[in-house]
Design a protein around this ligand. Structure first.
Ligand code: HEM
Length: 397
């Protein structure tokens, strides 16, 4: 896409900007950071603390067993080093890709047999299969695991007004968490006693994590890895079904070109809206001062479209952009610095594999666009209810 093209200069390919403008909000005491360089430098600073998702209230009774998300400094660095081996390019190629391909084949087989399936249900099952393999939740029925995780997650949702709660909700949440614990986590833990299966759960069992710590970490991965990837896959499908030229470019592209397209789609509609940090001392970030003890909400959506780094036409999909601007193609979509998403390559590859296979199905089409809704708890968009259709595969062909 040419920078000088006047049509491009007014183009806006974002799908969720309107709902985010309406619904995204931060806590009253937070300063919003819309500038890319300021946000990136905060994330990269060694003098900031994780301040997202209730980090202030997390009781670190045993820091060795606190979720990686809430750790900081040396403890966090050590934990990330220990977990890194489950996310290396080799682990992705040798192990996780097999699951991505097997799950994609199974899901698309169902689509070919029925001719019509709900896209968000397919993408969630894929995301669950893959994250379950990374975490080590592999000793229960994967279909039931996906449902139990979804029920557990939804039971923790405060609802649109943010106020639903009370005894009924607490009981509902206990019930679903209990089922997830007994039917998925426990069998997986048993299978890993004395046996390293090279996954996060094996590590936690070997290290003697408490039951509570294991449950929390499994939920962290479920939220961080499954719900996010579910939305991402639907977003990519929506954009590529809609844009014939981009679709052709994706299908003709090699792995690097395909990943550049995915990165660019995520730049415009990042699944994570805000990440939070609190500096422990004054820090110079992007030429400005981030103040000690101030809570900062880094606005990924705005930072990713900051024209000073994106160049012209910040709202249009342009897979050449990152290369031209000499910047990492993931922008801030997966965060940056010490807490940068360890699962980013997992998410990108599973999306690439699934979407590539989906778009090649005979007669494939998007029957209807998804409904865009907003999840108050994670402050992010959700895309539900889109159906994909394709030619039905008759027996034997
Ligand atoms: C499109 C999909 C995904 C998106 C948009 C995403 C986004 C993010 C972001 C923005 C962060 C940084 C949070 C912060 O700095 O406060 C993060 C952290 C994290 N993500 Fe992802 N993620 C995705 C997929 C995954 C997957 C597939 C996994 C694992 C299987 C995963 C596991 C994690 C974990 C464990 C953390 C916490 C890391 C830490 O605090 O050190 N994510 N993710």
């Amino acid at each position: 896409m040419s920078e000088a093209d006047p049509v491009q200069s007014v183009r806006d390919d974002r799908k969720t900007a309107a709902i985010a403008a309406q619904r995204a909000r931060v806590s009253d005491d937070a300063d919003i950071v819309p500038r890319f360089s300021f946000a990136r430098d905060i994330l990269r600073s060694p003098h900031v603390l994780q301040a997202g998702a209730g980090a202030d209230q997390v009781k670190v009774d045993n820091p060795d067993h606190t979720s990686v998300f809430f750790l900081d400094g040396e403890l966090h660095h050590r934990r990330r080093t220990q977990l890194a081996r489950y996310f290396t390019p080799k682990a992705i190629r040798d192990r996780h890709m097999l699951v991505m391909e097997r799950s994609t084949a199974e899901l698309l087989g169902e689509l070919r047999a029925s001719g019509r399936e709900r896209l968000d249900l397919l993408s969630f099952r894929l995301a669950c299969d893959v994250a379950a393999e990374v975490v080590g939740l592999t000793d229960s029925n994967p279909r039931h695991l996906a449902t139990r995780i979804l029920n557990t997650f939804n039971s923790l949702d405060p609802g649109d007004d943010g106020k639903r709660g009370g005894l009924k909700n607490a009981l509902r949440s206990m019930y679903h968490t209990g089922r997830f614990w007994w039917q998925d986590i426990k069998p997986a833990m048993r299978a890993r006693r004395g046996q390293d299966k090279e996954d996060v759960l094996s590590y936690m069992v070997a290290e003697g994590y408490s039951n509570k710590a294991i449950l929390i970490e499994c939920m962290t991965y479920a939220t961080a890895g499954m719900m996010t990837t579910r939305e991402f896959i639907v977003m990519v499908a929506w954009q590529l079904f809609e844009k014939a030229e981009l679709r052709a470019q994706f299908l003709a592209g090699d792995e690097t070109e395909q990943l550049a397209i995915l990165d660019e789609i995520l730049r415009l509609d990042p699944v994570a809206t805000f990440v939070y940090r609190r500096p422990t001392e004054d820090v110079v970030c992007g030429g400005d001062m981030a103040k000690a003890d101030q809570l900062y909400a880094l606005d990924i959506r705005q930072a990713n479209t900051d024209e000073t780094v994106t160049g012209a036409c910040p709202f249009s999909i342009d897979p050449e952009r990152a290369k031209r601007q000499k910047i990492a193609g993931s922008w801030l979509s997966f965060g940056d610095g010490a807490h940068r998403c360890p699962g980013s390559q997992v998410a990108l590859h599973e999306t690439r594999i699934f979407i590539d296979a989906l778009l090649r199905l005979p007669g494939v089409r998007l029957a209807n666009v998804p409904e865009v809704t907003w999840n108050e708890r994670i402050m992010g968009y959700e895309l539900h209810g889109a159906f994909v259709e394709c030619d039905v595969e008759r027996n034997g062909g």
